[in-house]
Every structure is written in C-alpha cells, then in structure tokens.
Design a protein around this ligand. Structure first.
Ligand code: ZN
Length: 302
C-alpha cells in the first residue's frame, strides 16, 4: 500500500512538472502581449472609404452539435467591385475536420455527428480563382489547414496578410499552422505598425493585432454597405459569451489553450461595446447561428 501511494505521488509529480514545462512558457509569452487597439473614430473612418467592398458572406465548411452550442468551422469572403476576393480563415478538409472532432471528444463528448459541407475551396467553387488576399484570425490548425486546398484551386498569385505578431510570435498550438502558411503557395506580406493597419489594394479593410487567445490573434474589420463587420476569431467561442463578458474557464484558458485572460476580457468588453453600435457587428468564428442572425449570408457561387 505504501508503495502504491509512493508510485501515485511520483506519477502525479511527473505529470504536474510535465504540464508546467509545457504550459508556463506560453503563458508567460502571451501575458506580455497587449498591442494597442484603434479608437472608435479610426474604425468608423473605414465606413467612408471610397471603392470599398460590395459583398460579404460566410462560407460554412462544417458544424458539430456540442452540449454547449453548435461548433462551426467557416471562412468569411469579401468581394470588391472589380471581382477580387479576400478570404478570412480557411477551416479544414474532411479528414482534418473529423480528426479535430475526435480530439475534442476526448475532453467532452459531442451531441451529434460532424456535418461536413465541403472545404472552403469546394464551397467557393468557380469563384476561388478570384482570391487575391487571405488573412487568418489566428494560426490554430482548425482555421488554417484548409490553405492546402485553397492553393490547389487558386494556385500562386494571392497574398496572405498578417500582423508582425502573427508572423513572429508562435506557441505550441500555432507552430503547425504557421508552418502551413510559410510552406503554402501564397506570398506572405507582414503588416508593420500598430492599431488599425490598412491593406494595400483592399480599400475598406483594416487589420488589428489583438492577441489574447493566441499571441498572433488578429481582428479583420471591413466596411460593406454602411456596416462595419468585425471578424474577431476565437476571442470568444460564442457570441452570447462575448456579449455577457463570460470567459472560457480555467480548464480551457489555463490548460488547453494558454490564453491571456486579462486581455481576452479587455477584448470582450471592447468588442461588446462596438457591437452595440448600430453601424458595427462582431462576428465570432465558431458561432454560425449568431453570424447568420447578424445578417451575414451564406456564400453561394454564382
Ligand atoms: Zn478556433
């Protein structure tokens, strides 16, 4: 019995030390990153930019009913009058989607099977060659893996735009996605500077380094038809949690995804305040229902 107790203590100690070695560095890294946010006036100025985009749609790739909500994987596609497209996030192919669902099921069982609607490339169909720019709200694999398929249908000729933080600051969960971007067929362009960063060739689009969820988490703000859409990635997983300033809890933010929780709270409050304005709407990556309710329509290739 004494030996059994000693083995239990030794095993627990190894586990705790192992977790600390794995998680303390990314926590220290992310806590040191809080880039400045733009003012309301700076964001609002996007609404008056000339030659801005005329269309914005959600491109749904997959969805899985979960106890707390339906977990969606999607992209947002924005179109300018000359036909060029900017795509935000790439979701995953079928195999990676199913593998991702199996991993999540280890922690919490789903309420039903994954519904796979197609890769982002499949869903864009004949419009895919019009892609001229891409961006990622962050480099977690469930937002990036579909870049393979986008390269297959688009080929070289488009550029991935990222902030300096997204290009340079990685952790255990973003290295794989960062490598996929680096090795992709697309040109990489780093947007230097702070606050609201313009993207050359895409009037009406602004990029903001957020951090919080990952060191390189990024907001994409775009004005379409008098409304400013704010693609906030995974700062919250559900819009209702963003609006009620509810965090993801210690298990998620402390042990699964090392988050800067002080920063994610600051961002929730900031985004909820912007969302309350009649001319701004926050989009939460994994929450299809909220995106559709806010007026973002499904993409249908013409
Ligand atoms: Zn995600």
């Amino acid at each position: 019995m004494k030996w059994a107790f000693r083995i239990l203590i030794a095993t627990s100690t190894v586990l705790v030390v192992g977790l600390a070695i794995l998680l303390v560095p990314p926590h220290l890294q992310t806590r040191g990153i809080s880039p400045p946010l733009p003012t309301d006036d700076e964001l609002q100025a996007l609404l008056t930019v000339e030659d801005g985009p005329t269309q914005i749609h959600i491109v749904r790739s997959s969805q899985q009913p979960r106890p707390e909500f339906n977990l969606g994987h999607s992209a947002v596609v924005i179109e300018w009058p000359d036909g060029k497209l900017f795509v935000i996030d790439a979701a995953m192919d079928r195999e990676a989607t199913l593998e991702f669902a199996r991993t999540i099921a280890l922690v919490s069982p789903p309420k039903g099977p994954v519904q796979f609607h197609g890769t982002i490339a499949d869903r864009l169909g004949e419009a895919a060659p019009q892609i001229s720019g891409l961006g990622f709200t962050h480099l977690h694999i469930d937002h990036v893996q579909g870049i393979h398929d986008l390269c297959r249908v688009r080929g070289a000729g488009a550029s991935v735009y990222r902030t300096r933080l997204q290009a340079q600051e990685h952790n255990l969960h973003t290295r794989e996605g960062a490598a996929l971007v680096e090795e992709s067929c697309f040109e990489r362009i780093t947007l230097n500077g702070e606050g609201l960063l313009p993207v050359e060739g895409f009037p009406g689009l602004g990029v903001v380094a957020l951090a919080g969820h990952t060191p390189g988490s990024t907001l994409f703000a775009v004005a379409v038809d008098g409304k400013l859409w704010l693609m906030s990635g995974d700062i919250s997983n559900q819009k209702s949690m963003l609006l009620s300033n509810t965090g993801k809890g210690f298990f998620y933010s402390g042990l699964v995804v090392p988050e800067n929780t002080q920063r994610t709270e600051e961002l929730r409050l900031w985004l909820a305040r912007l969302d309350a304005r009649p001319d701004m709407e926050v989009i939460v990556s994994h929450d299809f229902a909220a995106a559709l309710a806010s007026g973002l329509e499904d993409f249908n290739p013409r």
